[in-house]
Design a protein around this ligand. Structure first.
Ligand code: KG4
Ligand code: ZN
Length: 342
């Protein structure tokens, strides 16, 4: 029990800097966003074809103060309206995370506010709560640049891992396939755009699990298949059918996710399903997930702005951590490159 749990209403200021977005948001009661400011570094990293960790940290340092000031201004609040500060402590790029963690510690100290450490993955899951009605328990398909997994969200604080990728994350596969197709970083939205103009004519491999006991995801096979296909076509001097390859890849990547989600839903009898993480912005994935409604499933995904990295989802997860009686962090809080999925 903490004193904040007794309050009628809680306003959380959150900071997120795990990768290439510097973000600050102010959220009331876990679901109402007062402000959500994101300074993206995508243009800076695009010329390198992916995120350069050292450059990401430096740009977080340059951006963070203005981003936090802007979030406070847009929410039209003062420090007295803020009940707690939440910050992403992992998983992510260490140097990038440290900028947000240290800024949050300084703010909590200067303002004398309680500080809460939030896992990035739990933040992505909480993206589904913003402006929404979803409540645990449910199954969540986590799909980002760093994770591909199905977890059972038992309650607001506890998740149980059911299956995960043995190799690449699905977002990573989108990014790598985009790169071999000559599309800019980040690859997911680019593949989606090209796929709209193409047909899924290439029969690409989809790993098959026989049941819940050996359920896993794998994207290295699919990625290698596309790389080999591209090299073969280039050697023959043929023009790359970029749109058809994108459509075929996206279809197979999504099929693997939805087949697994359906399998877990059938095996567990859990019909409340959510999707979270950057790849949950994908229109083909949303369409395929909606298809499960025909089987009596409820399907949830975050609004587009809360799919990719943002701080509103961290504020929401922070709120539910407080309400679940989670321990406060202190000035020894450290960033972690990896955080177990639990
Ligand atoms: O959650 P996120 O912003 O960062 C991580 O926590 O990793 O996810 C980023 C990933 C990238 O791999 C990006 O290509 C992918 O999400 N992504 C998409 C789409 N939008 C972002 N993948 C497929 N379709 C999209 N529309
Ligand atoms: Zn993320």
């Amino acid at each position: 029990m903490n004193s904040l749990q007794d309050k009628k209403s809680l306003t959380v200021l959150a900071i997120e800097s795990s990768c290439d977005e510097t973000a600050c948001a102010i959220v009331r009661d876990g679901r109402t966003v007062l402000s959500n400011v994101i300074a993206t570094q995508i243009e800076i990293h695009r010329r390198f074809g992916g995120v350069v960790p050292e450059i990401a940290s430096r740009n977080h340092t340059l951006a963070i103060e203005n981003v936090v000031r802007e979030a406070i201004k847009q929410a039209n609040v003062t420090k007295d309206d803020i009940d707690a500060i939440a910050v992403t402590y992992g998983a992510g790029l260490l140097g990038a995370l440290l900028v947000g963690v240290n800024f949050a510690k300084a703010l909590a100290y200067a303002w004398d506010k309680p500080l809460y450490a939030v896992s990035h993955v739990k933040g992505h899951i909480a993206g589904n709560y913003i402006d929404g009605t979803l409540e645990p328990p449910y199954l969540c398909l986590l799909v980002s640049g760093g994770h591909t997994a199905i977890v059972k969200v038992e309650d607001y604080e506890h998740i149980t891992l059911i299956a995960q990728s043995r190799d690449d994350a699905v977002g990573e596969a989108f990014d790598k396939v985009a790169r071999v197709l000559g599309l800019p970083y980040p690859g997911g939205p680019e593949i989606q755009k090209k796929a709209r103009e193409g047909k899924p004519v290439f029969d690409m491999p989809v790993p098959k699990s026989s049941g819940l006991d050996d359920l896993y995801f794998s994207y290295s096979g699919l990625k290698t298949y596309v790389i080999n296909l591209v090299h073969k076509l280039q050697q023959k001097g043929e023009e790359l059918p970029v749109c058809d390859i994108a459509a075929s890849f996206q279809k197979c990547a999504v099929k693997q996710l939805i087949d697994a989600l359906e399998l877990v839903s059938d095996a567990t009898g859990i019909k409340k399903l959510a999707i979270a993480g950057g790849v949950s912005a994908n229109e083909e994935l949303r369409r395929a997930a909606d298809g499960l409604k025909a089987k009596g499933c409820e399907v949830y995904y975050p609004k587009l702005v809360y799919c990719t990295d943002n701080a509103a989802m961290i504020a929401s997860a922070g709120y539910y951590a407080i309400m679940s009686g989670a321990e406060q962090a202190d000035m020894t809080l450290d960033a972690k490159a990896t955080v177990p999925l639990k």
